[in-house]
Design a binder for this molecule. Structure first.
Ligand code: HEM
Length: 438
């Protein structure tokens, strides 16, 4: 029986046999799961009314972490109200303020990486993206003072996965179970969040540009015109910390993995970065990275009122999953889809209903500009300091981890110093990966 957590090869086989719309059997609450991977159908799903298809209901599983006021789990009017309030704090102009802090976090990591020996870059990308989001949320100075949050959130994320998926595992067992450790870390981080919110309210500094300060100043556009309560703020901060880093870390890791297996692209990118004129190509590389290896398998919607998609009537109670992977592997949209070819995005805007790593419609990721900008700065900063070496190793498998796709070996790369001689041929010095210092 195929399930909602089907592996990429199985999804591709189903599409080959059954077409661009098919159903998978799964367990509650996904007994009836319809996969879609056709641009017209995707448009229909992303533009359906917020009352017909819910984007938040399926995320309620995350409520123990993000709380009941999170944009991720709200639907209909409350969701839209929250979204309108939050969007300006993630706008491209705001995001560009964070460039220097992203560079600093990469520069802080670089000395910990092994000389030119192979190592898995994924853990390093996770550390960078968590610190970046913490500093963007709280501001540079405060993040230093709030360093403990980094440890606590790492503990939250390490312990919560399984108990969220399997509620029966939500047991304390004398304080030693993952659930108990999760609750302890979450309570400690909440204390810090509430304390920080109180300090900021008191200081009432309107000149700051960190996300917390922007959210504190934001006002709902309804009649009351008030701002967020402390509880709402806490939930949205937890949401941004949760949603804003692992996806970015995975996208970056995959992009390094793809680059090291595509010497022509790597050489061009390295050259453009060295020349300081990398804007356009870097942008194409990031978009192609997100196309070729999307970190999330689906954008999901819960069907609240029956909807016709691709000639099928999908009943209320069913779930629709836009398969990001299948959309990005369509040869009619992306000729030679298996190739890593950033030039396909040159002189071309990404299309709303065909390039969907960030989902779409009124649920489209609010961190899109943040993530793309962060990816560009991380790639550029790494390549300014190190030379990524090409490899003849086979591609890493897309390992499914819940709803994300992780590189099976953690994206093993080799990075030489810029003055080191280039290897005789790609992969010439293949060795066993070593761990980066922690
Ligand atoms: C490469 C990195 C990222 C990817 C691939 C990604 C992908 C996604 C996807 C697929 C969705 C669901 C969209 C839908 O259902 O249509 C989503 C939602 C969301 N993302 Fe991201 N995301 C990334 C980074 C970020 C960052 C950096 C932030 C915050 C700073 C963020 C915050 C959110 C939030 C708050 C939502 C919920 C939006 C809503 O329900 O209205 N994400 N993201």
């Amino acid at each position: 029986m195929a399930t909602i957590l089907a592996e990429p090869w199985l999804l591709e086989e189903c599409r080959r046999r059954y077409g661009d719309v098919f159903s998978l059997k799964a367990w509650p609450p996904f007994e009836n799961f319809t996969v879609v991977a056709d641009p017209d159908v995707v448009k229909r799903v992303f533009t359906a009314s917020p009352a017909q298809l819910y984007g938040g209901l399926g995320n309620r599983i995350l409520e123990p972490v993000v709380g009941s006021n999170s944009i991720l789990i709200l639907d209909e009017d409350r969701h839209l109200r929250e979204r309108r309030l939050m969007l300006p704090s993630f706008h491209g102009d705001v995001v560009r303020n964070y460039g220097r802090l992203v560079e600093e976090e990469v520069e802080r990591e670089l000395p910990r990486w092994p000389g030119d020996g192979p190592f898995a870059i994924k853990p390093a990308m996770s550390r960078i993206s968590l610190r970046v989001i913490l500093r963007a949320v709280f501001g540079v100075e405060e993040a230093r003072r709030l360093g403990r949050l980094e440890e606590l959130y790492t503990e939250v994320l390490n312990t919560v996965g399984l108990p969220l998926m399997v509620p029966a595992l939500r047991r304390d067992l004398g304080g030693r179970s993952p659930w108990a450790r999760f609750k302890k870390a979450l309570a400690a981080s909440d204390e810090i969040l509430y304390d920080e919110i109180a300090r900021r309210r008191e200081a009432a500094d309107t000149s700051r540009t960190d996300i917390l300060s922007l959210l504190l100043q934001a006002r709902y556009d309804d009649d009351a015109g008030g701002g967020m309560t402390d509880h709402e703020l806490r939930d949205e901060l937890a949401t941004v910390l949760l949603a804003g880093h692992e996806t970015t870390a995975l996208s970056l890791s995959w992009t390094f993995e793809r680059l090291s297996r595509t010497p022509r692209v790597l050489a061009r990118l390295q050259e453009e970065v060295a020349s300081g004129d990398d804007e356009d190509y870097l942008d194409c590389v990031v978009k192609e990275g997100l196309r070729a290896r999307t970190p999330l398998s689906y954008a999901m919607r819960s069907v609240m009122q029956p909807i016709e998609v691709g000639g099928y009537e999908v009943p209320a109670g069913a779930t629709i999953g836009v398969s990001i992977r299948l959309m990005h592997q369509r040869p009619d949209l992306y000729p030679n889809p298996a190739a890593f070819w950033p030039e396909r995005f040159a002189d071309k805007r990404t299309e709303t209903y065909t390039w969907v790593p960030f989902g779409g419609g009124v649920r489209r990721c609010i961190g899109l500009q943040f993530a793309i900008y962060e990816m560009r700065v991380v790639l550029r900063t790494v390549l300014r300091h190190r030379r990524l070496l090409p490899t003849l190793d086979p591609p890493e498998r897309m390992r499914r981890n819940g709803v994300t796709f992780t590189p099976s070996r953690g994206a093993v790369v080799r990075l030489a110093t810029l003055d080191a001689p280039a290897p005789a041929r790609p992969g010439a010095a293949a060795q066993k990966p070593v761990a980066a210092a922690s």
